[in-house]
Write a protein that binds this ligand. Structure first.
Ligand code: SRM
Ligand code: SF4
Length: 516
């Protein structure tokens, strides 16, 4: 450490826990933990370190854990989905799963005593939950129609697999890149519609041509949090459309972020630890130079324009693939919530009609690719589509919601059930001529990306008739896809019970809705 920063650095609480024992160390202890039971664990292992293995203690449902997987580019196969369904099936009504806003799956109701068996099951089908929580890189997101999109510029599947392999040391756990100052999000877009929300990722790759060659412009520092929301800004770097170049650049960025975390005081205050705070301290120019030093070569400057020219698609319904005679079919999973039965059925559909492959989207839905033209009709008559429709009503169709109070102790309100009911009611009462994306998030952490919605609803406390009740802060103006921008706070502390007329008014006056 330099003399300049020899001043006392006060590590935050989580840094102290990590310094005492690295999060990944619990991997060696997991069999023992399973034997002694969760009540015997100390809080640092139970609440903090287990998250390095993707195991989340839920204070709302003590003893019933959440297991967060990693699914690079949102891709899984029917065997994997079947295995996940089998895992939650044994928990009866406690067992469920959610598709997350990062194209990923989380399992619920999991018992610690079962974890060694579950890890064995996951390994058998090529899945892992390693490094999916705390100060790690989250699920790598990419175009959900990679490899099948007629508008595609670059197939992002392989690069996301390689990124995961690099970041997690092929799923074994990577001590070098798992003590970041904070969580970290990486996304690679291969299409023209910014399907990945580049603007809210710490690092995002956006297709861009330079001198006629395809590559990516790099955006840096985007994030949402209770303290601050920042849109990603250009790093002024262009990388060739080459998986290994992207992986090496990410490795260098992560290394610069993690090795300078202490000296640059990112490890003091967790509210000021995301990558953007380092850019603020250094300027982008210095950050770029440090990354170049780490890489051992200079980087090319950004291309003047990127290729994001389309509005963001939702992928629901039947769409022709770039492979003639084949279609991808987007299935709506209301607020991303699944049960075992539904998962078995989706896996069966993928086997019977496709190649067994399934994709998750950041809108918390599934896509089944490679449905041949002559199988579409039969697909459309499958009874499960009554539950998971291809063409749901307008507001339900674009509804996104974080976990909320049902399982998350940060939540100030229940989100998923409430959001769905309200969307259904408003759809019944109004004709809404255009897509309106409502994003619910239970607290200011904004896992449900309230700022990305046309309408964003963020849990808060409100006052009604002299009592404190569940309420929301209302955000408007979020735009995704081309020229994405974050929505802004428009109205504070609306009691949830009074929300319907407020939304009705907005839908009529700002989105052209009419009363039925
Ligand atoms: Fe998140 C923490 C759920 C996407 C910002 N997030 C949490 C925790 C782990 C808190 C906790 O321990 O209970 C939540 C677990 C609840 C549960 O039981 O499910 C949680 N976050 C989620 C998920 C499941 C929401 C969903 O329903 O889809 C998403 C999981 C993604 C994944 O597969 O890894 C999820 N979280 C996000 C996103 C959206 C995104 O990445 O596009 C954000 C905003 C973007 C960002 O990170 O910049 C997000 N989550 C946060 C934050 C605020 C981060 C910060 O810098 O302050 C927290 C709190 C924290 O990290 O301290 C948080
Ligand atoms: Fe939990 Fe808040 Fe994230 Fe919702 S936004 S999942 S309530 S931390």
């Amino acid at each position: 450490m330099t003399a300049m920063t020899e001043k006392k650095i006060k590590l935050n609480k989580i840094e102290k826990v990590k310094a005492a024992k690295h999060g990944l160390d619990v991997k060696k202890e997991i069999e023992h933990f399973a034997e002694i039971g969760w009540e015997a664990l100390n809080d640092d292992d139970l609440i903090v370190r287990l998250k390095w293995l993707g195991i989340f203690f839920r204070p709302v449902t003590p003893g019933k854990f959440m297991l967060r997987l990693r699914m690079p580019n949102g891709i899984l196969n029917s065997q994997q989905l079947t295995t996940l369904a089998q895992i939650i099936q044994r928990y009866g009504d406690d067992g469920s799963a959610d598709i997350t806003t990062r194209q990923n799956i989380q399992l619920r109701g999991v018992l610690l005593e079962d974890i060694p068996t579950i890890f064995g099951q996951l390994q058998e089908v090529g899945l892992t939950s390693i490094q999916s929580g705390m100060d790690n890189v989250r699920n790598l997101t990419g175009s959900p129609v990679a490899g099948i999109d007629p508008h595609e510029l670059y197939d992002t599947r392989e690069v996301n697999y390689k990124l995961q392999a690099m970041i997690t040391n092929n799923g074994e756990g990577n001590y070098e890149l798992s003590n970041l100052p904070r969580k970290f999000n990486i996304a690679v877009e291969g299409g023209k519609d910014n399907s990945i929300h580049a603007e809210i990722n710490d690092v995002a790759f956006i297709p861009a041509y330079k001198n006629g060659e395809l590559g990516f412009n790099v955006l840096i520092g985007g994030y949402l949090s209770a303290q601050r929301c920042a849109e990603a800004i250009p790093m002024d770097v262009w990388v060739k459309a080459d998986d290994d170049e992207i992986v090496e650049l990410c490795r260098a960025i992560l290394t610069v972020y993690t090795t300078n975390g202490l000296e640059e005081r990112l490890r003091e205050n967790r509210g000021k630890a995301r990558l953007m705070w380092l850019i603020d301290k250094w300027t982008m120019n210095r950050f770029r130079i440090e990354v170049e030093k780490e890489l051992g070569k200079s980087l090319e400057f950004a291309a003047p324009e990127d290729e994001i020219t389309m509005d963001k698609r939702d992928h629901l319904g039947v769409h022709p693939q770039k492979q003639e005679g084949y279609n991808y079919i987007g299935i709506h999973i209301p607020v991303g919530r699944l049960d075992a039965e539904g998962m078995f059925e989706i896996a069966r559909l993928a086997d019977v009609y496709g190649t067994g492959e399934i994709r998750a989207t950041v809108e918390q839905n599934f896509i089944i690719p490679y449905v041949a033209d002559d199988k579409v009709e039969a697909f459309l008559s499958e009874p499960i589509l009554e539950r998971y429709p291809l063409n749901p009503s307008t507001l339900v169709r674009s509804l996104v919601s974080c976990t909320g109070a049902r399982y998350c102790n940060f939540a100030l309100v229940e989100t998923k059930a409430r959001g769905l009911k309200l969307a259904q009611e408003l759809d019944e009462e109004l004709n809404i001529p255009e897509r309106v994306r409502i994003h619910w998030t239970g607290c200011p952490n904004s896992c449900g990306q309230a700022q990305a919605g046309d309408i964003g609803l963020m849990g808060t406390k409100a006052k009604k008739d002299g009592s404190v009740v569940e309420g929301v802060n209302l955000f408007l103006g979020g735009k995704v896809g081309k020229d994405a921008k974050l929505g802004e706070l428009s109205q504070k502390s609306i009691p949830c019970d009074d929300l319907k007329p407020v939304l009705k008014d907005i839908l009529i006056n700002q989105f052209g809705a009419t009363v039925k």
